[in-house]
Write a new protein. Structure first.
Length: 193
């Protein structure tokens, strides 16, 4: 009985292997395709904005409406970092107040978007009501007035190579907040001094 079963198994296995060995090779032709789109911008600036930092995402996660229970209440701030790469500067040959790093080696960032009426933040178009996004300077306490023009004193000194321009963002209760999504867009523009 064992011999008959073994013989049947061996015969079946041989038949299967034989069929695979003589199977036709796969047909030639496209087996999948797609499109690759390349994009970028050539700028006249001493630094490049790192790939991905032209569209920065700042997630606040899930925030209890109780954290924003009173007008003017704010959440914990989240970092906003603009990475600059490959910074190189021409020598500053000015007779007075020459910058030892070079010309255009300081950067200012101007933020713009739909501001709240008091300019304390930027309007959220999400389903949560009376919430704004407020930007802070790199000290994490000084509020940046919405759509304001930064002063020369606000400029951050850069170094040759890679640099980080650091800011912070938090949610701000403009009135009684109702639960829902938060969605705000703020554009930034770099100016070199």
């Amino acid at each position: 009985m064992f011999r008959k079963t073994s013989l049947a198994v061996i015969t079946a296995a041989t038949m299967l292997c034989g069929t695979t060995a003589f199977a036709a090779p796969p047909a030639t032709g496209p087996f999948g395709n797609g499109t690759i789109h390349f994009s970028g911008t050539i700028t006249n600036s001493p630094c490049a904005v790192a790939p991905g930092d032209d569209a920065i995402e700042v997630p606040f996660g899930q925030v209890s409406y109780r954290e924003l229970a009173t007008t003017g209440a704010t959440t914990t701030s989240q970092p906003v970092v603009i990475h600059l790469t490959g910074c190189a500067f021409d020598p500053d040959t000015a007779a007075t107040d020459a910058n030892p790093v070079g010309l255009m080696s300081k950067a200012n960032v101007t933020f713009s978007g739909t501001a709240t009426s008091d300019k304390k933040g930027y309007v959220s178009t999400g389903s949560a009501s009376h919430v704004a996004v407020q930007l802070l300077k790199n000290d994490n306490s000084t509020v940046i007035e919405a759509n304001s023009i930064p002063t020369t004193a606000d400029a951050q000194q850069l170094q040759t190579g890679n640099n980080e321009l650091r800011f912070f963002a938090r949610l701000l209760a403009m009135d009684t907040v109702s639960p829902g999504s938060v969605d705000a867009t703020v554009n930034y523009t770099l100016t070199y001094l």
